[in-house]
Write a protein that binds this ligand. Structure first.
Ligand code: FA5
Length: 344
């Protein structure tokens, strides 16, 4: 048998072997057998150097051509079998678009969102409705309507990020006070949870972006005791225990008097320990700035300040959540760190 016949039988043999291959793994085995390191064709290629120089080129050319043809045969069969295997796998997997996703594939809500839902739920059960703020707003709603006229030094209390068109990124959710009060008739009970932005250096208790939750309550005969009752009951419910509070004066142009509700300060990242609570030795932490709404702010929103009164507050959500969940650095919340997020 001459060499050409030999080559021809190799092709025929491979064709017949491929014909009987049922799975792609069978074809892989045939590839090893026909083209692998110890295959006859590889051996023949290695032995080329033994041939006289004048025969070597022609013999090498034929062997390489055969090798290519075998490869093509093998690849074609492999592609056909893989496609058939893929189609049969697909046929076995039915896709029901109405099925709810598996819990594990839904991921988790961000800890701020989880806590925000709890906080909103507490206020909704007290009768408050929810309205979201605009993240970009104007100076009128953020300052002027809140009894802070242009040029008033109180505007410097907030490190505002201004945009090129003179609008700004809201520095506080109080930016919604005027809209809420001018679009509704008393009694008004609305909370405004939303993201705020300030151009300030970050540290364990300061971020450039953070959440606040504003509350606005307007009705006839609203007194300071309503404010204290509502907000201390919120703290009791959120911390699931009776939270001792203290109130101290502060300054905000849109409430009069401006107040800060304080609660016992746990160590940064430590547990809120009320069992050993001693008002004399406790270190207090301001958690809810608030106060009766200034008559100028009511008037600006078209509410008759001789008939109605109200109170407002604006609390920082991350700072409250830090106490509740014993977190020692506010920057973790928006760091995207999976090891932190996995704890919630
Ligand atoms: C205000 O922004 C007022 N609008 C709150 C208010 C509303 C008072 C209604 C009276 C009536 P203040 O700048 O203190 O106040 O911010 C309120 C809360 O937001 C703070 O107590 C704090 O918890 C949170 N906060 C402020 N700045 C940051 C910051 N950089 N990072 C994280 N939280 C912050």
């Amino acid at each position: 048998m001459n060499k050409d016949q030999n080559l021809d039988t190799t092709k025929k043999q491979l064709a017949s072997d491929l014909n009987s291959a049922k799975q792609s793994t069978d074809v892989e085995k045939l590839r090893e057998q026909y083209l692998g390191k110890s295959s006859p064709i590889q051996k023949a290629l290695q032995n080329l150097k033994e041939l006289p120089a004048e025969e070597r080129k022609a013999a090498g050319g034929k062997l390489n051509q055969l090798k290519q043809e075998l490869e093509t045969q093998i690849n074609d069969k492999l592609t056909a079998l893989r496609e058939a295997e893929y189609n049969s796998r697909l046929a076995g997997e039915s896709l029901d678009l109405d099925l709810p996703p598996l819990a594990a594939s839904q991921g988790y809500l961000h800890p701020v969102t989880q806590e925000l839902e709890r906080i909103v739920d507490i206020f909704q059960r007290m009768g408050f409705s929810v309205q979201e703020p605009f993240m970009v707003d104007d100076e009128y709603n953020t300052f002027t309507a809140l009894n802070i006229p242009e040029g008033h030094p109180a505007r410097d209390m907030w490190d505002t990020i201004y945009l090129e068109d003179d609008n700004l990124l809201i520095t506080h959710t109080s930016s919604m006070q005027n809209r809420v009060m001018s679009s509704k008739q008393p009694p008004i009970r609305t909370i405004v949870p939303g993201k705020c932005f300030r151009n300030e250096a970050t540290d364990a208790t300061h971020e450039h972006s953070f959440y606040q939750l504003e509350g606005i309550y307007v009705d006839k005969n609203i007194k300071l005791s309503d404010l204290i009752g509502t907000l201390s009951e919120f703290l009791n419910q959120y911390f699931e225990t009776k939270v001792p509070i203290k109130i101290q004066p502060t300054f905000f142009p849109f409430v009069e008097p401006a107040l800060e509700i304080m609660m016992p300060r746990p160590k940064l990242g430590g547990k809120l320990d009320l069992e050993n609570f001693n008002p004399e030795t406790t270190d207090w932490l301001e958690v809810i700035p608030c106060g009766p709404i200034h008559p100028n702010v009511l008037k600006e929103a078209g509410i008759d300040a001789t008939k109605y009164s109200g109170f407002a507050w604006g609390m920082g959500l991350e700072r409250l959540i830090m106490i509740k969940r014993q977190i020692n650095d506010l920057r973790y919340f928006h760091s995207g760190r999976i090891d932190f997020l996995n704890q919630f």
